[in-house]
Design a binder for this molecule. Structure first.
Ligand code: PLP
Length: 404
């Protein structure tokens, strides 16, 4: 009798399963609209030229070695990441009221945040609020970190295909004091709908009123508008309002270095007084988890962000990527509307970032997959990057058939 014999299986992770189905499909018509990764108009991954150049510099640097990084990571990277997030002139940075910790990409940063809040910070209510819907890993990582309960706050209004602000505010108002709330900093996944500045002001008011603790999740800075500063508006607003918060940053998408796992967690406090203690707590947390982070991705990001010329080149790449997303949104909408597909399709261009929450039902999604080799999540979320000038007619026709 094995100790392991009675362990049941867990359900597969939808997006990875979808990738496999796509890879195994021999059809030349197949289209991958599942995983959130950038693709060129040829449907290929894009290694950013500035990343290649940074890699060359790193490899050719005679002082480069493979020694361990410090537990909290490469400081040239974490400082540059915090500054990209909070802005170069951020009072939190000037007054040294922040901590930045290198993490295993955005997920790792969220997990450090959740571990820290659930295990270290006293007086936190171990109830985490996540948006309905959200990136599905938010729930899992909060539970694994030790939150007792994960609750959803209303976010998506299916009828008007937009933000359910009143529902959101009502749910947050009903939250217990010092509960933790995860907000998407920009380019909400999966809905592609962000609060306006006016709406963020109302949200922050409730967060203050209820003394909630925000975890901001910034996985797509640059992808919403093409402008890094504009996409950091909400995060900077929380800071400006004197809120204490943590923010997880991923460089997977905006640098196209998905498997390098380069991320950062920034903590903003309203005083610098106790940061040394917080730093030591975070050090022990990371030490007991993976000891210290990998270097290569962080070196790439830090080489670019700390060099004005490379930084400018990178900002152009971001414009290229976000520009292609906008162009594909417009094209898909034009094609679907051109076919006179029933329903309104203006949400395709109204939503922002990498994803479009199409409104297709699970059955219609199944139909797209089985009849047209188009792979998408059953929530109806599609990755706009998967659309190209070559496959857009096929996708639009398939959507038309699914709906009619
Ligand atoms: N947060 C959101 C909303 C995401 O969509 C993702 C990735 O898809 C992440 C965080 C984390 O990504 P990674 O761990 O690859 O940086």
């Amino acid at each position: 009798m094995s100790l392991f014999e009675e362990i049941g299986g867990m359900p597969p992770i939808e997006v990875f399963e979808l990738n496999k189905l796509y890879a195994d499909d021999p059809s030349p018509l197949k289209v991958s609209l599942g995983v959130g990764a950038y693709r060129t108009d040829e449907g290929k991954p894009w290694v950013l030229p500035v990343v290649k150049q940074a890699e060359r510099q790193i490899v050719e640097d005679p002082s480069m070695n493979f020694e361990y990084l410090p537990v909290l990571g490469l400081e040239a990277f974490t400082n540059a990441a915090a500054s990209m997030l909070l802005g170069g002139d951020s009072p939190a940075i000037k007054e040294k009221r922040f901590l930045a910790v290198q993490a295993i990409s955005g997920t790792g940063a969220l997990r450090i945040a959740a571990d820290f809040l659930a295990q270290v910070v006293p007086n936190i209510t171990r109830i985490a609020y996540i948006s309905s819907p959200t990136w599905e890993n938010h729930r899992l990582l909060c539970l694994k970190a030790g939150f007792n309960e994960v609750r959803e706050y209303r976010y998506w209004d299916a009828q008007k295909r937009g933000l359910d602000l009143n529902g959101m505010l009502e749910d947050l108002r009903a939250a217990p004091e010092r509960a933790v709330v995860i907000f998407h900093a920009c380019a909400h996944n999966p809905t592609g709908v962000d609060p306006t500045q006016e709406q963020w002001r109302k949200i922050v008011e409730v967060v203050k009123e209820r003394r909630l603790f925000p975890i901001l999740d910034s996985a797509y800075q640059g992808f919403a508008s093409g402008d890094l500063d504009a996409d950091a508006w909400a995060v900077r607003y929380f800071a400006e309002q004197g809120m204490e918060f943590v923010c997880a940053q991923s460089f997977a998408k905006n640098f196209g270095i998905y498997n390098q796992r380069a991320g950062n967690l920034t903590l903003v406090a309203n005083t610098a007084n106790n940061l040394a203690n917080l730093k030591s707590q975070l050090t022990i947390l990371v030490r007991g988890n993976y000891s210290n982070p990998p270097a290569h991705g962080a070196r790439i990001v830090s080489t670019v962000l700390n060099n004005p010329q490379l930084d400018a080149q990178w900002r152009e790449h971001i414009k290229t990527m976000s520009g292609r997303l906008k162009a594909m949104r417009a094209l898909l909408r034009e094609k679907v509307e051109g076919l006179k597909t029933p329903g309104s399709w203006k949400h395709i261009t109204e939503q922002i970032g990498m994803f479009c929450y199409t409104g297709l039902t699970p059955k219609q999604c199944q139909f797209l997959m089985e009849q047209h080799h188009i792979y998408l999540l059953k929530s109806g979320r599609i990755n706009i990057c998967g659309i190209t000038t070559k496959n857009v007619d096929h996708v639009a026709n398939a959507i038309h058939q699914a709906v009619t």
